[in-house]
Structures are given as structure tokens and as C-alpha cells.
Ligand binder design. Structure first.
Ligand code: HEC
Ligand code: HEC
Ligand code: HEC
Ligand code: HEC
Ligand code: HEC
Ligand code: HEC
Ligand code: HEC
Ligand code: HEC
Ligand code: HEC
Ligand code: HEC
Length: 317
């Protein structure tokens, strides 16, 4: 018997074996107690006889089956602990009996097409709502703007070998965030395009509690401390804005035309935004001997440890 014959006979056998179910179904449909509206297929049905198993799907969808074998989701086939409704194809597509009996009726299977992003995300989160990384997806800016798991991941046609991504970073992110792209071509930048760090080092694409989907450190501090630990202190003499207003008061996080990712082209312009006579009375103005046409322009030549110091209250060392 050839392979395709074997599939066919298995299919016929199943068709016979489930004829009773088909009749029951037809009956209930006629009775009108069931609205077979497209996409009403439940995620995990109570009635386990509705599950036909991946081998049966393979008969008609060999390509999808073979592809799945090569991905981490194959593990769901091998894990029998939670029952067959959590295994393989039907864990994502829902029970396949009606779909099969109807000869592949698309309206009788959850196909991920023409459904809301909430429904798509809910399917995936049935298994992936664990840990800090994914448990906040519903509150993410992405979810709230109709970005779903499969906007970035593909189960059957992933382009990347890792994480089932449809494209690798940063191209994946730039495909929607075109407005951020120029930031990373500036003369001074975090070298994301060069692969030194990833967008997702700073952002949690799966959502979290902070604005701009930013990550924090393990100690719930600003993400910058993850890598720039020397700026975290605590210092005997803190430079207040570093702690109170944050890194972005002085730096642009993605990239800048100015060295050290500074917001201003000259350091003195940056400092004098706060340290002038006219500013907040709590902030000392630069002393009057700080002549701005002379050597007092390059503030950080003398005030070296601008993020804080353990030895000098004016950050000289
Ligand atoms: C982890 C969830 C998941 C599993 C497991 C899964 N699929 Fe899918 N399937 C999807 C998603 C999501 C789509 C929508 C297209 C896409 O995003 O790739 C899809 C699409 C399909 C399609 C529509 C055609 C296509 O390729 O886009 C078929 C047919 C299909 N799957 C069959 C199967 C079969 C057969 C199995 C088991 C061997 C299976 N799927 C396992 C999630 C899954
Ligand atoms: C008797 C053959 C047969 C079997 C068995 C079968 N399918 Fe299908 N399936 C089809 C046909 C035919 C289509 C429609 C293809 C088309 O029109 O593009 C289809 C379409 C689909 C789609 C796309 C739905 C959409 O909205 O576009 C998915 C997903 C799918 N099948 C999943 C499964 C899964 C999962 C199983 C096993 C539980 C399975 N199928 C078993 C024949 C079958
Ligand atoms: C905006 C794009 C995007 C969206 C939306 C998205 N992901 Fe991801 N996901 C990624 C990227 C990028 C990675 C790889 C991160 C890395 O390289 O460290 C990833 C990694 C993962 C991983 C593997 C690593 C881990 O965290 O365990 C899983 C599982 C995952 N995503 C599941 C999901 C699920 C489930 C959803 C929907 C609820 C989803 N993703 C939505 C982009 C996305
Ligand atoms: C039945 C449970 C289940 C469902 C439903 C499910 N997954 Fe998974 N997923 C898993 C398991 C198990 C792994 C493998 C984890 C491991 O390797 O430790 C996995 C791994 C992944 C990974 C990481 C792949 C890698 O290379 O490390 C991504 C991304 C992912 N799933 C996305 C999705 C998306 C998107 C959906 C919805 C379309 C989805 N999953 C639905 C169980 C599930
Ligand atoms: C499918 C399109 C799409 C992809 C791919 C995508 N995003 Fe988004 N992202 C959006 C939309 C839509 C919003 C909400 C509107 C906005 O702020 O632009 C958003 C919002 C964000 C925000 C919050 C912006 C704010 O103002 O609060 C960040 C940060 C972000 N995305 C990062 C990423 C990263 C990192 C990646 C790559 C891993 C990525 N996005 C991939 C569509 C996408
Ligand atoms: C070094 C950390 C870091 C990296 C790497 C990073 N971001 Fe950001 N991103 C931030 C911070 C911090 C903000 C918030 C800026 C603010 O609030 O002023 C932000 C803001 C954003 C925003 C909101 C709009 C805006 O510009 O304020 C988007 C969208 C975004 N980032 C996308 C991306 C993408 C896409 C990548 C990768 C190409 C990326 N980010 C890489 C730290 C980073
Ligand atoms: C994932 C690690 C990582 C995170 C998180 C990170 N950085 Fe960086 N940062 C780097 C690396 C690596 C460099 C060196 C870049 C290079 O050599 O191209 C750098 C360089 C810089 C520079 C320029 C240094 C110089 O000598 O020109 C500044 C300023 C900076 N980061 C600020 C920040 C701020 C502000 C944040 C938080 C929004 C942040 N970084 C988050 C890794 C990180
Ligand atoms: C009050 C303004 C200000 C704030 C707030 C600030 N910085 Fe800076 N930062 C500077 C200046 C000015 C320089 C350039 C110093 C120089 O010229 O040597 C600098 C340089 C840097 C550098 C590169 C040189 C070095 O010392 O390693 C890094 C990295 C950096 N800052 C990270 C941070 C991080 C992380 C934060 C938040 C915790 C932060 N900065 C907050 C003003 C600031
Ligand atoms: C966002 C406003 C802001 C910016 C920008 C800023 N500072 Fe400050 N700076 C402060 C505040 C607030 C204090 C704390 C004053 C206090 O302790 O009462 C301070 C304290 C200082 C002190 C210590 C003064 C003292 O008597 O304790 C020095 C020196 C100083 N800043 C230098 C600089 C330099 C140099 C720059 C530019 C690289 C700079 N500051 C940028 C707000 C700012
Ligand atoms: C050539 C070295 C040098 C440069 C450059 C310099 N300063 Fe100073 N700065 C000093 C000295 C010296 C003091 C006095 C320290 C003391 O009182 O112990 C001082 C003190 C300060 C104080 C503390 C004033 C107070 O009342 O507590 C501030 C604020 C300050 N400088 C800001 C700046 C700013 C802003 C710039 C750049 C525009 C700058 N400095 C450039 C040497 C310098």
C-alpha cells in the first residue's frame, strides 16, 4: 500500500468510526441548539471524543505536520500529562472532528484567520501565561493596539531558527516602528543594528508595568542599570537628577547626534538648563567665576563624576 493510500484508508476508517458522532451532530444542528458560526470552535473542549489526534490531521495536512516536527511545539505531542486536548495540532486549533467530517470545512476549525487578536492571544496564552515575561501581555501597548503573538511569531513558517520569529531583530521591530529607525543611524548610538544589543534588552515586547514597555532590572530599577552598573550608586554625593528625574533628562536612549548620547550638542548648555540663577532655587547656579567664553565651558572636565561621587560633593573625583 502506498503512503497516500494508507492515509486514505485511515481516513475512511475514522469516518466510519465516527459516523455516529456525525449523525448526532447533524441532529443537534437541525434542532437549532447549536450555532456553528465560524470561529466558535472552543480552545479546549470538554468532550474528548471530538479530538482526532495529529496523525489524522497529517493525512490531509502533511506539510504542517512535518514542519511542526522540527519546532519546539512538537514537545506538546510528547507530553501526555494534561490530556490530548493539550497535545499537538488540536491544542491550538481546537478539536478537529467536525472539521474532518465536513471534509475540511474551514468554519469548523480555529484557523487563526478572521478572528480578533484577543482570541489569538488567548489561545497562545493558554500555555504561555507563565512567568514575568508573558503574564502581562494583555496590558501591553502591543496587545492594546491589536498586535498579536502571530504578528511576530509564526508556528508553521518561522523565518528564524530561534523563537519562531517571522524576522530577526531589529528588522522585525522596524517593520512597524519605522519612526525609530533613524535613531539608530545617528553618529552616537546604542549599537543595535550592529548586533551589540537588542531592542528587547531594553523593551519587553510582551508587556510589563513600565511606560514605553520598558524592562526593569531584577531590583526593579531603571533598565539602564542592567548594563551600566557603575551608575547605580548609591553615592555619598548623589547628583540629584540622576536618581530623581532619570537618565533620559540628559541622554537620548536610542541614539544622538552628540557624543555620549547627550540631548544637547554642548555639555554646558545641558548643565545650564538647570544651573542658572533663574532656575529652581533648590539648584545652585554655577558660580560666577564660571566664565562661559572660556575654560568653564566643558563642565565635565572638572566635574568628572557627573553621575555621583563618594569623595567630592561637586563631583571632581
Ligand atoms: C502552537 C500552535 C499551533 C500548533 C501546535 C499547530 N498550529 Fe497550525 N496554525 C497555527 C497558527 C497560528 C496558524 C496561522 C498561520 C500562521 O500564523 O502561521 C496556523 C495555520 C494552520 C493551517 C492553515 C494553513 C497554513 O499553513 O497557514 C493549517 C492547515 C494548520 N495550521 C494545520 C496544523 C496541523 C496539521 C498541526 C499539527 C501537525 C498544527 N497546525 C499545529 C498554530 C498552530
Ligand atoms: C479530510 C481531510 C482533512 C483532515 C483530516 C483535516 N483537515 Fe484541515 N483542512 C482540510 C481542507 C480541505 C481544508 C481547506 C483548505 C483550503 O480550502 O485552503 C482545511 C483547512 C484547515 C485549516 C485552515 C482553516 C482556515 O481558517 O483557513 C486549518 C487550521 C486546519 N485545516 C487544521 C486541521 C487540523 C488541526 C486537523 C486535525 C485536527 C485537520 N485540519 C484535519 C482537510 C482536512
Ligand atoms: C512585537 C513582537 C512580539 C509579539 C507581539 C510577541 N512576541 Fe514573543 N518574542 C518576540 C521576540 C523578538 C522574541 C525573542 C526575544 C529574544 O531574542 O530574546 C520572543 C520570544 C518569545 C518566546 C521565547 C522566549 C520566552 O520568553 O520564553 C515565547 C515563548 C514567546 N515569545 C511567546 C509569545 C506569545 C505567546 C505571544 C503572544 C501572547 C508573543 N510571544 C508575542 C516578539 C514578540
Ligand atoms: C499546548 C500548549 C501550547 C500552546 C497552545 C502554544 N504553545 Fe508555544 N510552546 C509550548 C511549548 C511546550 C514550547 C516549548 C517550550 C520549551 O522548549 O521549553 C513552546 C515554545 C514556544 C516558543 C519558543 C520557541 C523557541 O524557539 O524557543 C514560541 C515563540 C511559542 N511557543 C509561541 C507560541 C504562539 C505564538 C502560540 C499561539 C499561536 C503558542 N506558542 C501556543 C506550548 C504551547
Ligand atoms: C506588527 C507591528 C509591530 C511590530 C512587529 C512591533 N511593534 Fe511595537 N508597537 C506596535 C504598535 C501598533 C504600537 C502602539 C502604537 C505606537 O506606539 O506606535 C507599538 C508600541 C510599541 C512600544 C511602546 C511605545 C509607546 O509609546 O508606549 C514599544 C517600546 C515597542 N512597540 C517596541 C517594539 C519592539 C522592541 C519590537 C520588536 C521586538 C516591536 N515593537 C515590534 C506595532 C508593532
Ligand atoms: C538602551 C535601551 C534601549 C534600546 C536598545 C532600545 N530602546 Fe526604545 N526606548 C528606550 C527608552 C528608555 C525609551 C523611552 C524614551 C523616553 O521615554 O523618553 C524608548 C522608547 C521607544 C519607543 C517609543 C517612542 C519613542 O521613541 O519614545 C519605541 C517605539 C521604541 N523605543 C522602539 C525601540 C526599537 C524598535 C528598538 C530596537 C531597534 C529599541 N527601541 C531599542 C530604550 C531603548
Ligand atoms: C543591554 C545593555 C545596555 C543597556 C540596558 C543600556 N546600555 Fe548604554 N551602552 C551599552 C553598551 C554595550 C554601550 C557601548 C556602546 C558602544 O561601544 O558602541 C553603551 C553606551 C552608552 C552610552 C555612551 C557611552 C559612550 O562612551 O559614548 C550612554 C550615554 C549610555 N549607554 C546610556 C544608556 C542609558 C541612558 C540606558 C538606559 C536607557 C542604557 N545605556 C542602557 C549597553 C547598554
Ligand atoms: C544630569 C545629566 C545626566 C544624567 C541625569 C545622566 N547622565 Fe550620563 N552622562 C552625563 C554627561 C554630561 C556625560 C558625559 C560625561 C563626560 O563628558 O565625560 C554622561 C556620560 C554617560 C555615560 C558614558 C561615560 C561614562 O561615564 O561611562 C554613560 C554610560 C552614562 N552617562 C549613563 C547614564 C545613565 C545610565 C544614567 C541614569 C542612571 C545617566 N547617565 C544619567 C550626564 C547625565
Ligand atoms: C535636570 C537639572 C540638572 C541638570 C541638567 C544638571 N544638574 Fe547639577 N544639580 C541639579 C540638582 C537638583 C542638584 C542638587 C542641588 C542640591 O543638592 O541642593 C545638582 C547638583 C550639582 C552639583 C553639586 C552642587 C552642590 O553644591 O552640591 C554640581 C557640581 C552640579 N550639579 C553640576 C552639574 C553639571 C556639571 C551638569 C551638566 C553636566 C549638571 N549639574 C546638570 C540639577 C541638574
Ligand atoms: C575648570 C574647572 C571647572 C569647570 C570646567 C567647571 N567648573 Fe563648576 N566648579 C569648579 C570649581 C573649582 C567649583 C567650586 C568648588 C567648591 O566650591 O569646592 C565649581 C562649582 C560648581 C557648582 C557648585 C556651586 C555651588 O554653589 O555649590 C556648580 C553647580 C558648578 N560648578 C557647575 C558647573 C557647570 C554647569 C559647568 C559648565 C558650564 C562647570 N561647573 C564647569 C570648577 C569648574
Amino acid at each position: 500500500m502506498t503512503q497516500s493510500q494508507s492515509h486514505r484508508s485511515r481516513f475512511l476508517f475514522l469516518l466510519l468510526a465516527t459516523g455516529v458522532v456525525a449523525l448526532l451532530l447533524a441532529g443537534s444542528l437541525a434542532a437549532g441548539d447549536r450555532t456553528p458560526a465560524k470561529k466558535s470552535v472552543p480552545a479546549q473542549a470538554k468532550d474528548l471524543s471530538q479530538y482526532i489526534g495529529a496523525e489524522t490531521c497529517k493525512g490531509c495536512h502533511e506539510e504542517n505536520f512535518k514542519k511542526l516536527e522540527t519546532t519546539p511545539h512538537w514537545k506538546t505531542m510528547l507530553d501526555t500529562r494534561r490530556g490530548k486536548e493539550w497535545q499537538g495540532c488540536e491544542a491550538c486549533h481546537g478539536p478537529g472532528m467536525e472539521h474532518m467530517i465536513a471534509g475540511g470545512d474551514k468554519s469548523k476549525i480555529f484557523g487563526f484567520k478572521g478572528v480578533t487578536t484577543e482570541k489569538i492571544n488567548a489561545r497562545c496564552l493558554d500555555c504561555h501565561q507563565y512567568g514575568e515575561e508573558h503574564s502581562n501581555f494583555a496590558r501591553s501597548v502591543h496587545a492594546r493596539n491589536n498586535v498579536s503573538c502571530i504578528s511576530c511569531h509564526s508556528i508553521h513558517r518561522a523565518k528564524e531558527s530561534q523563537f519562531l520569529l517571522i524576522a530577526k531583530q531589529p528588522q522585525l521591530c522596524f517593520s512597524c516602528h519605522v519612526e525609530s529607525k533613524p535613531d539608530f543611524s545617528r553618529p552616537f548610538r546604542h549599537r543595535v543594528n550592529e548586533g551589540l544589543l537588542k531592542c528587547t534588552d531594553c523593551h519587553n515586547q510582551h508587556g510589563g508595568f513600565l511606560t514605553k514597555q520598558l524592562r526593569g532590572t531584577a531590583a526593579q530599577d531603571v533598565v539602564c542599570f542592567k548594563c551600566h552598573v557603575d551608575k547605580a550608586g548609591p553615592f555619598t554625593y548623589e547628583h540629584h537628577p540622576v536618581k530623581t528625574e532619570g537618565c533620559m533628562t540628559c541622554h537620548l536612549p536610542h541614539g544622538s547626534a552628540n557624543p555620549r548620547l547627550l540631548r544637547r550638542s554642548q555639555v554646558n548648555l545641558l548643565c545650564l538648563e538647570c544651573h542658572t540663577l533663574s532656575s529652581d532655587i533648590d539648584i545652585p547656579s554655577a558660580p560666577s567665576f564660571h566664565n562661559q567664553s572660556q575654560k568653564y565651558q566643558a563642565c565635565t572636565v572638572c566635574h568628572i563624576n557627573i553621575h555621583g561621587s563618594n569623595q567630592s560633593n561637586v563631583f571632581f573625583k
